[in-house]
Write a protein that binds this ligand. Structure first.
Ligand code: ADP
Ligand code: ZN
Length: 788
């Protein structure tokens, strides 16, 4: 084995790592260090994963070692390695997630002692007594990455780190400072007098761009004064900060007895190693305050905390409250951050300047050090699953990260996923319950309207009389209402009355949805868009009929029924416009909107005190889907949206319109009985061997040519069956529920059983990717949240 050979993960969708040789002279890069290597005709940046594990006959040389110490904290490297293994994902794609945003070069930080003698024998302080040292040298002397230790010493004010100038990528802000010598300098000319005057007015210190903003021509005079020594220029790191969301510093409410009782075990566990909790708190039970108190304690202990939310744009209140409460140590990893802002936030976290990271799924990789607490809010949300490679689940990765770093994990939800509740029931997680709402109001009253009756009576299919009356009542009382329909668009399909054909997407086996009042036809899967056809594509008939309806149509129906109401819509179509979601939510919060119509986006953790009515236009939308989570999702959505009604001191009411009023998902949602739903749903999962009763691996093969795809799927299924040995079952191959997508045919092989055996078998079955079978596109999804 060549001692100078290393294994390198490349940022490519390839299962394996590659072996390269480090030329003599260069020091051997450790795990996590980035290297520039040749790959085919290109040069790519890869990440060293460790010493070589194989001895290839020929080995190319590393072109350049880019870092002196690994940029990512070591536990995150372990996390990436675990993900690659667990999700059968390419190592390079996993490691890329824990690295700083692209475009950053090596760090050449220099650490120096600050002030007098160090008071205790700390290896870092000791090493620094002889003088300042580069971080990389410190790392070599200590034999490990000292970044976390240094971040702490820096917070304690015992060391200084000069790196801002050393690291390209940070924008430098030039500050003009009046020197004592200025008193002796006689300004020459009006321009110089002006500069000195401005600077004096600014108390002797101002950013140069600020100083010259309205008169750039003063620059010459400024330069002259710098030459004369009247002004000194200092450089400061200019953080590109996202617009700060901070509201007024919030009051810190005293925890209620319920909150006390769930906080006690969490606080006791902090600092004492890995401990996972499931916090099952009904909507409005005050989970947020529990999170904040736990974060505060974590910070007091000198550790950092991670708070994951399903989607930042939908939780502006939570984010604002967190920033108001915890202040500048918070870093909000918003998906709308510019590349520069993302870079700056990454380094703020890495260097310990920010100690709390808040963000969606990918924030689970925030480079916090000394992690003490990981919170996953609304842990049941499907948004935590990434639907492209690596297909990881943010919640599961969060728990694994907590485990690797000896931190406490808190998964919070009013409707826990079956997986998490199963873990709580089986004792793997500690279960904590907040059974009551804060304040005087109990849970909202829920009524079901049987739409079959209403339709027979010939009424409006969208707003049945009870719902319309309830809306009118709210309007009269100046209260607000939410109207949910989990389907966007104007109409769900366009049918030919003569031949019955439906307008289909040319690329997918999916009906086109009509938008913009029926003028535009859109595929929700591939985004194909066309103006609505005027004649049937099949028989050329001109009598076309719009059927089904989405949020756009609901908006229209409300405007017709209640012309004075101020109505707005919130769904993905709107979210495509930057800032639109925040605007609509803010106007609803401010009471400028009476009724908010929307998809599940309105069901998320908002806290609108004046909402006293929630109407669900069609509670059955998700139940018909061919997916094992259909009932779970419906139950969660209905329970969550019902939780938006009557949260302050006004009583709430919920009206569900349904064709299937007897379905158990609806029944238990109405009764707000989670445990009963869980029991009933677990029976189904056990009978059918679905998670959490069994693990799933879903494999989808995509091919332009349907015969090629079908043959490959057959080979794969046969190989997998040969290895099943009673550890798992192989279903298929079959057409995937979406049999055609983006002009590709899709075949599905579904495995149910023991996860490890399935993973090993899949790895083995796909191993000859370039051998006797030419695999078409293969997407392997371990622990899928959906098999559609
Ligand atoms: P959840 O996230 O569990 O749905 P929230 O955290 O949004 O619930 O809390 C619901 C409401 O109760 C919020 O308006 C919150 O400010 C308020 N609240 C939470 N804890 C307390 C408390 N200890 N005292 C008073 N009000 C509280
Ligand atoms: Zn399409």
């Amino acid at each position: 084995m060549d001692p100078r050979a290393v294994e390198v993960a490349l940022p490519l969708p390839l299962q394996s790592t590659f072996t390269y040789r480090v030329p003599g002279g260069a020091s051997l890069p450790g795990r996590g260090v980035r290297v520039l290597v040749p790959f085919g005709p290109r040069r790519v940046i890869g990440l060293v994963t460790g010493p070589a594990t194989t001895v290839p006959e020929t080995m190319k040389d590393v072109v350049e070692v880019l870092d002196e110490v690994p940029l990512a904290p070591p536990p995150l490297l372990d996390l990436a390695a675990w993900m690659s293994e667990h999700y059968l994902a390419a190592p390079g794609e996993c490691y890329r997630l824990v690295l700083p945003p692209a475009g950053v070069r090596a760090s050449r930080a220099v650490v120096r002692l600050r002030g007098g003698e160090p008071s205790d024998a700390d290896p870092v302080l000791e090493a620094l007594q002889a003088g300042p040292l580069p971080l990389s040298t410190l790392a070599k002397r200590m034999g490990r990455d000292p970044t976390a230790r240094i971040a702490r010493l820096r917070r304690e004010g015992r060391v200084e780190v000069d790196q801002d100038l050393a690291r390209p990528g940070f924008r430098q802000l030039r500050i003009a400072v009046l020197t004592p010598a200025a008193a002796d300098v006689k300004p020459r000319g009006r321009a110089q007098a002006e500069v000195l005057g401005r600077l004096t007015a600014a108390a002797g210190r101002a950013a140069v761009p600020e100083l010259l903003r309205d008169r750039p021509s003063l620059r010459g005079a400024l330069d002259r004064l710098v030459e004369q020594g009247a002004i000194r220029i200092e450089e400061e790191r200019a953080l590109r900060e996202p617009e700060m969301l901070a509201g007024p510093a919030k009051l810190r409410p005293e925890p209620t007895p319920d909150q006390e009782s769930v906080l006690a075990p969490i606080l006791a566990a902090l600092g004492a190693g890995f401990a996972p909790f499931l916090l099952h708190g009904v909507t409005g039970s005050g989970k947020t305050e529990v999170y904040f108190r736990a974060i505060e304690r974590t910070l007091e202990q000198g550790r950092s905390a991670l708070l994951l939310v399903p989607e930042i744009a939908l939780t502006p209140l939570l984010v604002r409250a967190a920033v108001g409460r915890l202040g500048r140590v918070v870093s909000v990893l918003h998906s709308e951050l510019s590349a520069g802002e993302r870079h700056d936030q990454w380094w703020r976290l890495r260097e310990g300047e920010a100690r709390v990271a808040i963000g969606a799924r990918s924030a689970v990789f925030a480079p916090l050090t000394e992690l003490g607490l990981v919170i996953v809010d609304e842990e049941h949300e499907g948004a935590y699953k990434q639907d492209e490679s690596p297909r990881y689940h943010g919640r599961d990765v969060a728990v694994m990260r907590a485990r690797l770093e000896g931190a406490v994990a808190v998964l919070g939800s009013a409707t826990p996923s079956l997986e998490s509740n199963h873990n709580a029931v089986s004792g793997k997680y500690h279960r904590l319950v907040l059974p009551r709402r804060i304040g005087s109001q109990g849970m909202a009253r829920v009524d079901v309207v049987d739409r079959r009756q209403a339709l027979k009576a010939g009424g409006d299919p969208i707003l049945t009389p009870p719902l319309r009356e309830a809306l009118a009542e709210r309007l009269a009382r100046k209260e607000q209402a939410l109207l949910l329909l989990n389907r966007r668009g104007y109409a769900t399909s366009l049918l030919c009355r003569e031949c019955g054909m439906q307008a289909m997407c040319p690329n997918c086996s999916v009906a086109l949805t009509l938008h913009k009042g029926g003028r535009v036809a859109l595929c929700h899967y591939c985004a194909y868009e066309t103006s609505a056809p005027r004649a049937c594509g099949s028989c050329k008939g001109e009598y076309l009929r719009l059927t089904g309806y989405g949020t756009e149509k609901v908006l229209e129906a409300v405007r017709v029924a209640l012309p004075t109401a101020r109505v707005e819509r919130l769904d993905r179509d709107l979210a495509a416009r930057r800032g639109a979601v925040a605007r609509v939510l803010a106007s609803f919060e401010a009471g400028e909107t009476d009724i908010l119509v929307g998809t599940q986006m309105i069901a998320k953790g908002h806290d609108f005190p004046r909402v006293t009515l929630v109407g669900v236009v069609d509670a059955d939308v998700g139940l018909g889907l061919p997916d094992f989570r259909a009932a779970e999702r419906t139950f969660q959505l209905l329970t969550q949206v019902a939780g938006r009604a009557g949260r302050a001191d006004l009583p709430g009411e919920v009206i569900l319109q349904s064709h299937l009023p007897d379905h158990y998902a609806l029944q238990y949602a109405c009764a707000q009985d989670y445990d009963a739903f869980y029991g009933r749903e677990m029976e189904f999962r056990r009978t059918m061997a679905y998670p959490p009763a069994a693990a799933l691996v879903n494999i989808v093969l995509r091919a332009k040519d349907s015969t090629e795809g079908a043959e490959a799927a057959d080979v794969l299924a046969t190989r997998l069956r040969a290895q099943a040995r009673g550890n798992f079952r192989v279903l298929g191959p079959a057409f995937a529920p979406l049999a055609r997508l983006r002009q590709e045919h899709r075949f599905q092989v579904l495995l149910k059983g023991r996860r490890k055996a399935m993973r090993d078998a899949v790895r083995e079955a796909l191993v000859d990717r370039y051998g006797d079978v030419r695999w078409p596109g293969v997407a392997v999804d371990v622990d899928p949240v959906t098999i559609m």
